[in-house]
Ligand binder design. Sequence first.
Ligand code: QAP
Ligand code: CO
Length: 176
Amino acid sequence: MELKIVEYPDKKLKEKSVEVKCFDALLHKLLDAMYPLMLETNGIGLAAIQVAHAKRVLILNIPNEDGEQSKENLIEMINPVLTKKEGDAVYQEGCLSVPGFYEDVNRFDTVCVNYQDRHGNTKILETDGLLSIAIQHEMDHLEGILFIDKLSYARRKKFEKEYKRMLKEKKENKNS
Ligand code: QAP
Ligand code: CO
């Protein structure tokens, strides 16, 4: 399966993803193609809408103490639902769909998430720290929400200015 990352300001990223009902080979193919792409692009989390598939699917792979990612730590979540959100956390986030921009975002500290694995088995995970932030970030993608949508008016303005400049520079590099 040939996948590529959809980047802001592509309107595709605003789409609401739909529930997965078929835990079939096609779903497995999508998941299997998302993981290597996420590693190649230096991501720790990726939602299916970021590769133009509007399904309630996301993957997470938090690096270990040595900063290394491994398939053993890969989490695949289908149809995730938050059942608990507690405390406050601020984390400087980035996104593969908004390359080169990072900003502080307010999140919950601890979450409990119910989801299904690739076979349709129900799972429950309660977590905090980076994994909790990543889950909240990726679940926002399923609703068509980006981390830049959660910034204050002033910070959003700063983003638009910086990002436009970045896109312009990219274009100029291409044309020269
Ligand atoms: C979401 O984000 C996330 O700008 C995953 O040039 C963010 O993997 C989870 C990335 C913060 C937890 C905390 C971003 C790679 C990767 C870039 C990512 C870039 C290259 C972002
Ligand atoms: Co993202």
